[in-house]
Write a protein of this length. Structure first.
Length: 452
């Protein structure tokens, strides 16, 4: 994976840029705030000093003021600068030789240049016309600001460096986790359908993504197995019916060629063609059943088309379909259907019940009963269907739901062994757990599902 073109790197670069800009703005604001504060402090001291010297002039006169200024000039650096001039502008004492021309107003801060140096000055005048100026050399203030800049920029650079290093560490971890997902996808694309994304112990968005990818791959694997099973079943199980169909058509062709052109000959041809049609119908029925099973298995786990239904209503629908068949065979249907809600597709669940009923009626002897009970208990819906037929060998029950599985006792009964395979596919589609038990006599089918 090229780091320069990854969305994560671009996102991380954007976040670092935002951090840099934010840090720069905060540093500038801190610098400005500190600069204004120090300047205000210095100016407050000068204003207080100027006021004190003005009071001293009131009490001690010019001589006392001059002495006080000369005493303050002996203070260690850094110190304030002074200039006291007479009413004629002549210097009395101070650090400057003459009065700066642009420092003319009393009690007004003015920036001026003197001998190439920058100063901020404040002045006042006295009753005898003399004037006093107190100035602050800007180099002191600027030195403080330079120190402040170093104090602010240093931590900001360290923070930027830490953010960059943390970003690189995070990116490496994220890239490793994304690469595992990409490697799995590439493996699946190359034909390894068993490949899965390793799941981290930490529960976060990437683990959820990996889990969803694995569920998607599991689903694809199920669908592919269904396709392979369907193709294998078609290749294996359709061979005999198609061979019978071809033999029947060959026989019909021979009858057409050799049969006499009378009623008997026509009857033979018709019988041969009827056999061919019957074989073709059997092929179509078998093919349709296999496709139905494959389509139902492919929909397993999908919430599409599922609606809230009542199993009791579906039981009555299925019973209505088979009442005539049961009556013809002399079998009594016993129904005890209580409300049992289920999320499902109505036509599939009716077919689920119809297949179970068809099997029960097919193997029940005349004069016996088939009972169907449904309801709900313990947060589960249940359906129990029992017949009084020969039952099913215990060793065969685990295989009964496989495609084309038929017990030895059922070989003489018409069918392809796909009815219970479709029942299992529909059960899985609706999260129904289905089991087979000995009914003593007969077979008992139990189906249970979580209530919606």
């Amino acid at each position: 994976m090229r780091l320069s073109k990854t969305a994560l790197l671009q996102l991380m670069a954007t976040l670092v840029a935002v951090f840099v800009v934010t840090s720069a703005i905060m540093t500038a604001l801190a610098y400005r705030t500190a600069a204004l504060y120090t300047q205000d402090q210095i100016r407050a001291i000068i204003v207080a000093d100027l006021g004190g010297l003005a009071d001293l002039w009131q009490r001690l006169g010019p001589t006392g003021l001059q002495a006080a200024i000369e005493a303050r000039q002996q203070a260690p650096e850094p110190r304030r600068l002074y200039l006291l001039v007479s009413g004629d502008g002549d210097k009395i004492t101070g650090d400057f030789d003459f009065w700066p021309n642009n420092l003319a107003k009393d009690r007004d801060w003015t920036h001026f240049e003197h001998d190439g140096e920058g100063y901020d000055g404040l002045s006042t005048h006295f009753a005898d016309g003399s004037r006093l100026m107190i100035a602050h050399h800007r180099s002191v203030h600027e030195a403080m600001l330079r120190g402040l800049s170093a104090d602010l920029i240093g931590p900001a650079l360290l923070g930027l460096l830490a953010a960059g290093l943390a970003s690189l560490v995070i990116l490496r971890k994220l890239f490793r986790r994304i690469d595992r997902i990409n490697e799995t996808c590439r493996a699946v694309a190359s034909g390894d359908l068993a490949a899965r994304v390793p799941l981290d112990a930490r529960i976060d968005e990437f683990r959820e993504l990996a889990s969803n990818v694995n569920m998607m791959l599991d689903r694809i694997d199920v669908l592919m197995r269904g396709v392979r099973t369907l193709s294998d079943s078609l290749a294996h199980e359709m061979r005999t019916p198609i061979a019978h169909l071809r033999a029947g058509l060959d026989r019909a062709a021979r009858e057409i060629e050799t049969a006499p052109q009378d009623q008997q000959g026509r009857d033979k041809v018709a019988a041969a063609l009827t056999d061919g049609v019957r074989e073709a119908d059997g092929v179509i029925t078998l093919f349709t059943a296999l496709l139905d099973i494959a389509a139902t298995e492919a929909a397993e786990g999908s919430p599409n088309n599922l609606v809230l239904l009542d199993m009791a209503d579906l039981v009555h629908q299925a019973v209505n379909l088979y009442e005539g068949v049961a009556e013809d065979r002399g079998i009594h249907l016993v129904i005890a259907a209580e409300p049992a809600p289920i999320l499902g597709e109505e036509h599939l669940l009716v077919r689920f019940l119809a297949n179970l009923l068809d099997n029960a009626l097919k193997f029940s002897p005349p004069g016996k009963a088939v009972s169907i009970t449904c309801g709900s208990a313990d947060l589960q819906g249940f359906l129990i269907l029992s017949d009084q037929g020969p039952g099913m060998p215990e060793a065969f029950r685990d295989k009964a739901f496989e495609r084309f599985a038929r017990s030895a006792d059922a070989k003489a009964t018409p069918g392809h062994g796909l009815g219970l395979s479709l029942v299992r596919a529909i059960a899985r589609r609706h999260s129904i757990a289905i089991s087979l038990y000995d009914g003593a006599p007969g077979l008992r089918v139990e189906a249970r599902w979580p209530l919606p």
